[in-house]
Structure formats: structure tokens, C-alpha cells
Design a protein around this ligand. Sequence first.
Ligand code: SF4
Length: 431
Amino acid sequence: MNAPVNPPPKPPAEPPVFATLGCRLNAYESEAMKALAAEAGAGRLVVVNTCAVTAEAVRKARQEIRRLHREHPGAAIVVTGCAAQTEAETFAAMPEVARVIGNHEKMQPATWAGLTPDLIGEGERVQVDDIMSVRETAAHLIDGFGTRARAYVQVQNGCDHRCTFCIIPYGRGNSRSVPAGVVVEQIRRLAGQGYNEVVLTGVDLTSWGADLPGAPRLGDLVRRILRLVPELPRLRISSIDSIEVDPALMEAIATEPRLMPHLHLSLQAGDDMILKRMKRRHLRDDAIRFCAEARRLRPDMVFGADIIAGFPTESEAMFENSLKLVSDCGLTWLHVFPFSARKGTPASRMPQLPGPVIRERAARLRAAGHAAAAAHLAEQVGRRHRVLMESARMGRTEQFAEVVFGTDQPVGAVVEAVIAGVEGERLVATG
Ligand code: SF4
């Protein structure tokens, strides 16, 4: 009797192509999804991890899907991320799209088990559940990141606030934290892989810990990481809400040289009436006071900030208050967002400003931002900086300024450099 013949092993499916749009949290999750896809043997896929922060972001997602569909004939297009979560029907209506997957589902191993070449044609085309019912963060430990320089680590997801212009809570659900032990383990693993810098990322970072036993605060997490991972040279915090910064974080800012002297603040406006209409938790004086105190504790501190131009009902005088905030807070890296009404948000139902006014104000804010950045860069000439190399000839200082080198440097290493000059919006290192 002939011995049973095992069917020849299936050739491994070529790994999915990932297109990541939007924030650092999406970048982290794409890394985790790559690992989940590999474990499940999912393949011949193009995964588009979308963003919904502005109408423009959603338009770009659709454009990207069409381009990738042309470039990868025969591959199944899987759309996920915040735009898939908030407007699944928009993507389900696209003939190019094989699957629409929600933000929670995208982090589940079972989802990827259904995305193998032989199964993708069978399952539900739209798998998007109620994100508000999600209570835990799907913590996936990753071993690496798309770059050799800096790794983003998710410590929190979702948001309990409801700023009137913001769609994010509807894409990411309510706030939930990754337990400190898991975060420390993740960072120890990345430091062990040779990463010299880790960036803590989330949606509303300063709410980290509120849902954990004992309600620890972000400052406690930062101090715990720096204590338990002494081999990590640089820890950076991504965007925070200055009004919610806790005393332990202020102390870490003052005493921990491995905590980078660079904070990106979610300020959004510089006028108290507009801040109220945005349902923000701070007033302009709170922001100015926070920046002055952080700089008193850490004189080399540099601030970035998000500011919206042209929020509904914003008068010229109110806008002037946002413009003046750049110098009143001493902001350096400005991210300017022309107001974009997001369907379903309270701000989309307020009286809108004309497009040309929004664009003109955004241009003035950007000009103020460029001037502030140029002043910071000019001050660095002649100074010595520790630079994390992102590529052979380009890196970033602790304050997040770009530095170009004339000779190759080891990628991912932290090198010392004396600044010889400024070239556009970059510093130039000697040698
Ligand atoms: S704090 Fe406000 S702006 Fe930030 S994610 Fe939450 S709702 Fe959106």
C-alpha cells in the first residue's frame, strides 16, 4: 500500500504591502500588523492604514487606494485605520477595496487569519465594530521599526475628551492605557535591538494611567521607564495636553537628561473664547504659564505645537491672539492646521469662515512658525549637539532640529556634532 503523500507545502504568501498614513500611533500599529500578518501567513495584500483627522486625509486615503490598486494588480486591498472606522461605507463603496477593517479588529490575530489568500474571498467585507465598546489596548510587542533610528511605542489609545472639532474619539474610542510593565518590556526589547531613541505615543498621552489600578500618571511611567531601562539613551514624548501634565512629569523634565528637552503641545488656539468653543481644558494664560515653568526647570526646552487657523466664528482679533501665542509661549516647531469641518462634529455645525480667510490665516501662522524655527536654528551655530542619525548624512538633535553632515555617520547612532551653520530649515554640522 502506497504511503500517504503529503500535499506539497504551500509557498509562503508574499508579505503584504503596508501604506501607513497619519500619526505615529498608526506607524506603531502598522509594525504590529506586519507581525500579525506574518504569523497568520496573510499575503498578496495591500494594507492601507488610514487617517481621518481632516477631510483632506480621507481624500488622500482614497487616492492612495486607487494608486496602489493600479500598482499591485491581483493583490487584495485591505483598508483600516481611523477613516475606515469613521466612514466604513465610503471605502466599502470603492470597487478596488476587498476588506474594510476597524481599528480594534486590525490588532486581532483572528482578523489576519481570515486574510490568507485562500480565505480573503470568503469573510465579511466590512469588519468594523463599535469602537466605543473597546475597553483594553491590544498590546503587541514589536521587535523593530521601519527605521533604525527611532522607535514609537504605543502607551495609550483613544480619548475621553470631546473637543468640538475632533473626529479622533470616533475613530479610536475612549481612553485606555497599556500597563506600565508591558511598556517597559517593549522598550527594553527595542533598546536590546539597538534603538537609541524611543518615542512614547498615544492619542491623549496625559490621560495615561487613569484606567489602571492606583491611577498612576504619565510622569510615573516616564520615571519608571528611565529607571528600569538604563541602557536607553533617549526617551521622547510625542504630543501632550499641557494642562494635564502631572508633577512627576515636571520633575522628570527638570532632572532626567535622558528625557528629551522637546515637547509637542496640543494648543489648538491662543484665544480664550475660541478655546471655549473648542471645548479645550486650558486658557491661553495656562499655556504661557506652562511653557515658562517647563523652561525654568529645563532651560534648553523647545516646544512644538498644533494650532488650528480659521476655527468657526474666529474674528481677526481672536486670530491675532493665536498668532501672538507663538512668541508668548516661545514656540519653535509649529504644525498649522487650516480648519477642516469633520462631518458629525459640533464645530461642523457652527458658522464656517470662508475658505480664503482660513487659508490666509494658516499662511500667516506658518510664516510665524518659520520665523520662530529660523531663530532657534540661528542660535545653535557654534554649539555642540548630540545627534541621532536617521540616515547616513541626516539626524536630529535632542531638541528635534534636523542636522546634515558632510560625511557618512552610522545610522541609528548618537554622534556629537558642532554646528557650523544653517541651510534652509536645517543645521549643518562641521565635518
Ligand atoms: S483631546 Fe481633543 S483634540 Fe485631542 S484627540 Fe481628544 S478630542 Fe481630539
